[in-house]
Ligand binder design. Structure first.
Ligand SMILES: Cc1ncc(C[n+]2csc(CCOP(=O)(O)OP(=O)(O)O)c2C)c(N)n1
Ligand SMILES: [Mg+2]
Length: 285
């Protein structure tokens, strides 16, 4: 398989920066929403939409498209920003996030926006839905893949483990689960609230192939997914180690940014920091 060229990697890093800008602008316009997890998954959604997935923004219903499910629906802003940057809808529409009648509901609503595969928000459901889709693809002899983005906090939901068991039983090698392992949930550290470790071993015990990477190293994430796609006879998980609020200094690693938007002055500082980061990425070209 081809690894990313330095130019392709820089382009992805610039797109991820655009996605973070979209998140900040949309959350400021909404006046509510989840900043921390959205920012920390910007690199991963960029890699999926701009490099890894088979999809067509001009034809969201493409029958053979890869399916991307966002199980932790509260980080919808990152998906919307990545979709807008990829060409699904105008970037300015991001400013309608959470407004009355918008297509960009606070939690994703499948019937509102072409390109969404499911409605989500209640945690713990996405892997079960993705497992069903992956099984359906196998039964149909289709070659598209299913990616399910999950948060670490939602691993405290029982349904997720039932789905892990089912996907292992049916050897769903067309299913890749991606975990936002930021070690944070609504009230603090996952390890304080309800410990998940040894996390990778739990997936192995359910017959999954495990990959781990730095969720902010786009090349490492792409490499992990490319390796996952080669696995035969097992579902795979990519545990992406992330930092909540990544890219905005005063949000990084702070669980209090789980569920709030930036105020005007905070958004201005965030956008300044992202602009400086953009210069540094560009300077690397
Ligand atoms: C079944 C269910 N229970 C509770 C909630 C409320 N809730 C929304 S986000 C969240 C925190 C979960 O942790 P995680 O998804 O890891 O969040 P993050 O990393 O973005 O802080 C909770 C408890 C929910 N959406 N669904
Ligand atoms: Mg979390």
């Amino acid at each position: 398989m081809d690894s990313l060229s330095p130019e392709a990697l820089r382009d992805l890093e610039l797109h991820a920066n655009d996605v973070r800008v979209g998140i900040i602008r949309s959350l400021l316009a909404a006046g509510s929403g989840h900043a921390g997890g959205s920012l920390d998954m910007a690199d991963i959604f960029t890699a999926l939409y701009f490099h890894l997935m088979r999809h067509d923004p001009t034809n969201p219903e493409l029958p053979d498209r890869d399916r991307l499910l966002l199980s932790c629906g509260h980080i919808a802003p990152v998906r919307y920003a990545a979709m807008a940057c990829a060409g699904y809808f105008p970037v300015e529409e991001l400013l309608t996030l959470r407004h009355f009648g918008t297509r960009l509901q606070g939690h994703p609503e499948r019937v509102s926006l072409p390109g969404l595969e499911t409605t989500s928000g209640p945690l713990g459901e996405g892997l079960a839905q993705g497992t069903g889709m992956a099984l359906g693809a196998k039964m149909d002899g289709s070659d598209w893949r299913v990616y399910v983005v999950t948060s670490d906090g939602e691993h405290q939901c029982g349904l997720h483990w039932e789905a892990m068991m089912t996907a292992g039983k049916f050897k769903l090698d067309n299913l890749t689960c991606i975990v936002d392992r930021n070690v944070i949930q609504i009230d603090g550290s996952t390890e304080d609230v309800m410990p998940l470790e040894p996390f990778a071993d739990k997936y192995r015990a359910f017959n999954w192939e495990v990959f781990e990477c730095d969720g902010h190293d786009i090349a490492a994430f792409v490499d992990a997914v490319e390796k996952a796609k080669q696995v035969k006879g097992k579902p795979q998980v990519v545990i992406a180690h992330t930092v909540m609020g990544k890219g905005v200094s005063f949000m990084e690693g702070d669980y209090l940014w789980h569920g709030k938007p930036p105020k005007k002055d905070e958004a201005e500082q965030a956008l300044r920091e992202l602009s400086e980061a953009r210069e540094l990425i560009g300077a690397g070209r």
